[in-house]
Design a protein around this ligand. Sequence first.
Ligand SMILES: [Zn+2]
Length: 129
Amino acid sequence: MYRRNNEAADRMRERRRAEDAAPRLAEQVPSLKTLRMSLSFRRGDFRIGEASYVRVVVVATAPALFTIACTDSNCRDGGHQITTAMLKALRAGLTEFSGEEPCRGSIGSSGSACGSTLLYDAQATYEKG
Ligand SMILES: [Zn+2]
């Protein structure tokens, strides 16, 4: 358990470092005003209802980095990397878009694929002109 906690702390530090080093969202998409994301997850065809949540992104300070943590606590090195897809949609000025991205982590000592999939819906508004 102790080792696991350490790994979690390491991952958290790693994540903070990556976020600090990333360019700001406001620099990458200067016209972006607000961004709201609805996140939910499924495993196979089974929707994990209680894991859904809404994230309101603080555009002024947010890093241009969209890595959503895997909801499975047994998942190792997991996470949903949607930075490229998000930035592409935002640069294109889309006001509503959605997508899905599988987790690339593995479960347990057997190393079988996690199989959790993130479903996201985003709503964005932009400065005119
Ligand atoms: Zn996972």
